[in-house]
Every structure is written in C-alpha cells, then in structure tokens.
Design a protein around this ligand. Structure first.
Ligand SMILES: Cc1ncc(COP(=O)(O)O)c(C=O)c1O
Length: 443
C-alpha cells in the first residue's frame, strides 16, 4: 500500500480507529457509479452506498449539473426570516412522497440534527397544547440516532454513550432490543416472534413514568447501525397503537430506511405505519450534499401555529444557518427526480432479493457464522466474536475486504452490505465472494 503524498497529521477521523488508520490508510480520491479509486490507484466496489447515502451511485450527471446550476444562480441565502425557492421545491417533493399527513418539512443538515430537531418538536408541540409535563423520551436499546446529546440520549449503543454520564438527557428510558435469537436467520422476509417485545413497554416502562408524562417514542424502523436487525411482524403497527392510546408521539428515524432502501419511499410505507414525525438525511441528496430533515404531521405544525402571540413572533425557536440550503435542496430535487425517472426504489427492492439469496446461499455454514439477516437492499452476516476481543474479527475482515477491493461495513461482529440501488448481480457476486473468502481466511 503506497503512502499518500499528502500530510495526514491534521485530520482526526470520525468513528475510526485513528491509530490503525494512520498505519494502513484507506483514502478515496475518485468515484464513478459503483466504484471508488483509492489514493494508490486501486478500484474498490462501494458495497455500503457510502454509509447508506449513495442510492443512485456515484457522480450522477443530473445531480451534479443541478448543483452547478444552483451555484451559478443562488449560492446561499439566509434561512431565517427569508428563504429560497429550492427549499420550497424540495419540501413539496418530500412531503408528496411521505405517507399520510406527513406534510411539513423542517430542514437541517444531518441525521443527528434531525434527531434533536424531532425531540424538540415533540416537547414544543406538547407544551403548545398545554401538556408541557410530557417530557419523557423513550428510545430502544442499540438504537442509533446520531451524536447530538438528544440523539445520543435516546440512542442505545453503549459505546456511544459510555463517557457522557449526566450530560445525557434525564428522563429517558429504553425499550428492549428487537432481536429474538430464534430468528438468527432471516431470509428476505419479516421475522416472526413468539415473544411479545412490546409487553415490557406496556407493563414496565409506561407505568413507571406514567404514560401521561411521555412525549415521544423514537425508533429506527429497521435497526441499521446495530447491524440490520428487523422488527418482528406487527411490531411497528402495535407500537403505533400504543402511542395513539396514550397520546404519545411516534418518531421514525428513517435516516437509513428513507428514500428507497426498503424498495419503498420510506420504511413507513414498507411497514404500513405512519409516524408523527419522520427523520431523514443521507439518500435524500444521494449523499452529495449534506441535508437532513424532519417531516411532521399537519397536527404538529397546526398546534404550533395556534398561538395568541402577535404575528411577528416566531412560533418555534429552532433552526440552522444552513436549514434548507439552496444547493442542498437543488441536489435533493435532482436526486429525487433521478430516483423516480430510473425506478430506483423498485430496483432496490428487486436487487434486495438477489442480495439476500446470495447472502444465505454463500455464508450459511461458513466458519463462525451465527446469523444472516436480509430484507430490503441490505443484508448482514453475524459472526461469533473472538473471545476477549469483541469486534476484532469483523474489523479485520472489513480491512481485508477493502484490500481486496470490496467496501463492506463492520458493526460489532456483524458485516453489512447495502449497495447503491443501481447495483448489478456481478457487483453482488464480487462483494459476497470477497466477504466469504475473508470470513474463511479469518476462521
Ligand atoms: C438511523 C440514524 N439516525 C441518525 C444518524 C445520524 O446521521 P448523521 O451521521 O448524518 O448525523 C444515522 C447515521 O448513520 C442513522 O443511521
């Protein structure tokens, strides 16, 4: 591996073991379609849509042209007390794609900001209705809602929370995780479970806090960062019913499942459940420009607008300098048009079945494989950890795959593949075979 010809001293990499990275850097300098080029001239297949972002593949000309045109027309404009045309266009498209009366889009720049925004809307909404005492949030073990203090607090990934102590939000509880060990192998279907995973919510968590104090429950429809864990059949519908029964808002964090990953517009469509807020980011711009947001049901907006304050007074004191950035929104409009024109969500659903078949056909029975889960255009293979060093087996396999030209994603001792929706069978074969060879080599 050639040493890069630039200085690597100043860049502190996110969610990366920096010490090891410095010894064995993985640096992209170009990309096209399904492939990257590295600093030392190798080709690597993008098996993870670059963190679940690049649904349409890299360097799509219609998106790039839209960005260039926007830069030459309106590069940036203040987001407060004024706006820009692209923000309205993008919001209209996103609201039209969202199910039910999820019609009002609050823009931000990332999934983390979307998480914190949605929690703040929940508190502000309840207060606007005279229920300011509703301030308990409920997340789920192993949930990931980004790295802001709000998202981290409702999130349930221990390593992300470990060192923050009382800086995490108080009055947060977590539901049990959705995995049933009886469902280690899930092949292109929703798991079914004999266990009632929401019993604990009904029998312990809600009575403990009193449901009348609970502002919102936030979940990822599919637990993405934890390693593609799927909810059992009926789970999300029942969660919706429980929330309705107690006046609790339901937030779906669709930063991964939104915009095609499940073969539908949103996970909400796949599961037939409409949340009160839907958080998005990543694939909305094909990853090319930071953009996130929260789609709110009409009733949230309406409650916040129903105020006795004079009209010059801001109704919701929240926003980011780059909320609805014109270039990001132009990128979103072009991306969503491209997804539609090329039927890429449908394609994601179809290729998801191919990916799932390849996973189950290839990995079952390989050394250390203890689970395989596939649904939508993503699949996970779970490995037994090396005793005493959890995560090492998957990390070593990830590095090895990279060196063999396949970008896969380690999550604990799970390896995930979630390719762009344009993926072809030959890419899937290459990714899966490279991973299989590496699993065998690390037995
Ligand atoms: C479900 C979910 N929520 C929030 C986030 C955080 O998004 P960001 O990294 O854009 O802040 C992620 C990132 O992977 C995510 O998967």
């Amino acid at each position: 591996m050639a040493t890069p010809d630039f200085n690597m001293d100043s860049h502190w990499l996110p969610f990366t073991p920096n010490r090891h990275f410095r010894k064995e850097p993985r640096i992209f300098v170009a990309a096209d379609g399904m492939n990257f080029t590295t600093h030392d001239g190798r080709t690597v297949v993008d098996g993870i849509s670059s963190l679940w972002c690049v649904g349409a593949g890299h360097r799509r000309s219609s998106i790039n042209e839209a960005i260039k045109k926007q830069l030459d027309t309106l590069d940036y404009a203040t987001a407060f007390q004024a706006s820009n045309d692209q923000a309205f266009k993008a919001a209209e498209m996103i609201a039209a794609m969202a199910p039910g009366d999820l019609n009002k889009v609050l823009f931000c720049n990332s999934g983390s900001e979307a998480a914190d925004t949605s929690l703040k809307v929940a508190l502000a909404y309840h207060r606007a209705r005279g229920e300011g005492h509703r301030n308990v949030f409920i997340g789920r073990e192993r949930g990931y809602h980004g790295v802001g203090f709000g998202g981290m607090s409702v999130g349930g990934i221990p390593a992300n929370r470990k060192v923050y102590g009382t800086a995490l939000l108080p009055r947060v509880d977590h539901m049990r995780f959705i995995h049933d060990p009886a469902n280690a192998y899930i092949h292109n279907r929703e798991p079914e479970s004999a266990e009632d995973m929401l019993l604990e919510l009904e029998q312990r968590i809600l009575p403990l806090h009193d449901p009348s104090n609970v502002a919102a429950i936030i979940v990822e429809p599919v637990a993405g960062s934890a390693g593609w864990y799927l909810p059992p059949k009926g789970y999300l519908k029942r969660l919706r019913e429980i929330c309705d029964k107690h006046g609790i808002l339901l937030i779906f964090d669709e930063v991964i499942t939104g915009f095609g990953r499940m073969g539908t517009n949103f996970g909400a469509d796949f599961y037939g459940v409409v949340p009160d807020m839907l958080n998005f980011a990543k694939a909305v711009t094909n990853g090319v420009f930071p953009l996130g947001g929260v789609i709110c049901r009409d009733k949230l907006y309406d409650a916040m607008m129903k105020t006795d304050a004079p009209e010059h007074v801001i109704e919701f004191f929240h926003g980011y300098t780059y909320s609805g950035h014109p270039v990001a929104c132009a990128a979103a409009v072009a991306t969503l048009n491209l997804y539609e024109k090329d039927g890429l969500f449908q394609r994601a659903g179809e290729m998801g079945k191919v990916l799932g078949d390849a996973f189950h056909g290839t990995f079952k029975g390989l050394p250390n494989v203890i689970g395989i889960r596939s649904l939508g255009l993503a699949a996970a293979v779970e490995l037994a950890p090396i005793a005493g060093t959890p995560g090492k087996r998957a990390y070593d396999i990830f590095v090895d795959c990279f060196n063999k030209g396949a970008l896969v994603r380690p999550a604990g001792d799970i390896l995930v593949i979630a390719p762009p929706f344009i993926v072809e069978r030959e890419h899937i074969d290459r990714l899966v075979n490279t991973l299989a060879d590496s699993i065998k080599a690390h037995a």
